[in-house]
Design a protein around this ligand. Structure first.
Ligand code: DP6
Length: 394
């Protein structure tokens, strides 16, 4: 029987605290500013991907969440496959030059790639970051590429900008770089998850009824039409990048959370300043903002920080030491959520200082809560989505 070569990995979701919004080169996914993110635990949110190569496969094929994708329709995927095959070819050439016998010519074999998320796409959570990070890491493992995570991030970036940050656990920064070919637009780790393991995240999933403007086209429109965005890129982000990096290194939650909220608000202000305006936040999102602002006022300091991506869901960062207060407020607002099954000790917390009108909006508008925290980068996985005969296990 002809051999099937395969590798399986899992990769995490990351949620930016300094947002990537705007490209200076859309083909290469080169950003107009640097960005920072927290990588979330793969126990709760992750993509698993198996990449397999064989002489017997007749074409490249990709399945995402049980559905076959037209790989030739995705320029991002065909580009990545071409570049990664070229890197594998270099590995083969080096091995041969060193006199190694039986070097498997994987670069010439067709591929089957199967990828699945452990969270419903319907939850409205951006899955492209975890997806492309897993795609690149699985191929890098299959091809035995000697590249570092920083180097692989340049590849993942071309799949989806935010994916370059999902190659790292803990706290990552994507440096925008300045070269036209994008070779210096890569991510790196600010600190591993062990540096600040108490960072927790509550994801408040909003029951959205319609699809938003996709981030890829939304950010292009902002670049073309918003003056506020120019100010953001030139005057806001550079200082914030330094301050946020330092807050992470110092484990200074108050500064970290304040900057995170400011940056989310600045990004959404730029969306509103886009012509025509883009609205990602809705009434429920604004009620979540109000709840966190009230909670911080009640606590007398910043114990929670919200951020929103290109959609209405709130991600609230907090520290383990404030779990009772932060989750207590959420449990009061969302007493029926399944998430409490794993947190039976949290006591619902109410206060007359919460604006009850907004609390009610949170109760009525949030469909699901996901409780998670900071976590590691991509991992080798024993889960196989393709068996030893090259058949799909889905
Ligand atoms: C708001 O990485 O999805 O989540 O590069 O076009 O694939 P493409 O965009 P994508 O944009 C993410 C935008 C964001 C902010 C962030 O994650 O930094």
């Amino acid at each position: 029987m002809d051999a099937i070569y395969s590798a399986s990995v899992t990769a995490p979701v990351n949620i930016a605290t300094l947002k990537y919004w705007g490209k200076r080169d859309a083909g290469l996914n080169l950003p107009t500013n640097s960005s920072i993110s927290v990588t979330l635990s793969q126990n709760d949110l992750r993509t698993v991907t198996t990449a397999a190569a064989s002489m017997t496969f007749s074409e490249d094929q990709v399945w995402l969440n049980g559905r076959q994708e037209d790989i030739n329709a995705s320029k991002r995927m065909t580009t990545l496959l071409r570049e990664m095959r070229a890197l594998r070819k270099q590995v083969e050439d080096v091995k041969q030059a060193e006199g190694e016998k039986n070097v498997v010519p994987l670069s010439g074999y067709k591929l089957k790639i199967v990828s699945e998320n452990n969270f419903p796409t319907a939850a409205g959570l951006a899955s492209s970051a975890a997806g492309f990070a897993a795609f690149v890491q699985a191929l890098a493992d299959l091809y035995e590429l000697p590249h570092t995570a920083d180097e692989l991030s340049v590849l993942a970036r071309q799949g989806s900008g935010s994916a370059c940050r999902s190659l790292f656990g803990g706290y990552a920064i994507w440096n925008m770089g300045s070269k036209a070919d994008g070779s210096d637009s890569m991510a790196s780790q600010i600190a591993p998850e062990s540096h600040w393991p108490d960072m927790k995240a509550a994801i408040m999933v909003v029951s959205a009824d319609k699809k938003e403007t996709p981030s890829t086209s939304g950010m292009q429109l902002t670049v073309q039409t918003s003056d506020l965005f120019k100010y953001r890129v030139q005057h806001v982000v550079p200082q914030r990048e330094k301050d946020m990096t330092q807050a992470i290194l110092d484990r200074d939650f108050e500064t970290f959370a304040k900057l995170t909220m400011q940056d989310s608000n600045n990004f959404h202000a730029c969306c509103l300043d886009t012509n025509p305006p883009i609205f990602y936040l809705n009434d429920t999102s604004r009620a979540c903002i109000r709840l966190v602002e009230d909670l911080n006022k009640i606590a007398g300091k910043t114990i929670a920080g919200y951020t929103f991506d290109a959609g209405p869901n709130a991600v609230v960062y907090y520290l383990q030491e404030n779990e009772q207060l932060v989750l207590g407020a959420l449990k009061h607002a969302l007493p029926k959520d399944e998430a409490w099954e794993t947190k039976p000790d949290i006591q619902p917390f109410n206060s007359p200082d919460f604006d009850q009108k907004y609390l009610e909006k949170v109760t009525n508008g949030i469909s699901k809560l996901i409780l998670t925290g900071v976590g590691p980068g991509p991992q080798k996985s024993s889960i196989k989505l393709i068996d030893k005969n090259g058949d799909l296990l889905m």
